[in-house]
Design a protein around this ligand. Sequence first.
Ligand code: NAD
Length: 263
Amino acid sequence: MDLGIKSKTVLITASSKGIGKAVAEGFAAEGCNIAICSRNKESLIETSKEMRTKYKAEPFWGVCDLNNIKDIENLHDAVIKQFGKVDILVNNCGGPVPGFFNDLSEMDWSNAFTQVLMSVVRLSNLVLPEMIKQEWGRIVNITSIAVKQPVHNLMLSNSLRAGVTGFAKSLSNEVGSKNITVNNVAPGYTLTNRLYELAVNRAKLSGKSHEEILADMAKDVPMNRLGGPEEIAAMIIFLASNKASYITGTTIQVDGGSTKAIF
Ligand code: NAD
């Protein structure tokens, strides 16, 4: 299937590892210009090297802490200098710290708000003027199945992903007439560092090993296994493509069926 996005410029945040990295690789395979970022220069260099070898891509990378507005502005400026515009924005972020309500400090809430919600708001604000001018654009936010069904011990994610969902739906109403779509992809249990760390955290609370916790998570999924980052990436790339031109304002879960709700 020709997705119609060859040579489009894609900015993917939090993309040196995990789902973000898989998304960057998927777009590289489609022949897009790629911009990746994370806080760690070494892992960005490593990821870029891999993408060069695997996809003959020349990704642009920038060090950026999504908690920091100046870093976000500098990243956007650098991408514009490199590629001239951003056609597709994929908003990803580091997962907020796990914890129940009583475990969380004012600072935990503030950091999660800044990274999970404000980075999406800030980056959307930066890329939209050009998208509106060219009357084509795609924004895809990576959220979580927490927006459909709160996840045990993830108070911050359960609370703030809902904000991203509301933002995306509202924004999609405002920019739809300019041929810009705004959607969310909500991953279920996906085998990355983040899931491993959550399993280690749950293991401490439950007295089980993290291997047992990961096995329990898989058992809870109708498909009886955890997801791969590339399976989340496939949906994101489709939503960013020309084939998804009439899909906007929606959240699509990619979770092997683990969400129990019908809608
Ligand atoms: P991961 O830990 O494997 O990768 C996270 C990426 O974010 C890394 O590249 C890291 O360097 C970067 N990052 C972290 N903090 C950052 C910051 N402040 N500024 C810039 N970059 C930063 O995580 P993942 O599993 O790929 O998850 C990606 C997102 O999807 C997270 O928000 C996570 O909560 C969410 N999610 C993951 C799962 C899952 O099962 N893995 C399920 C639902 C939702």
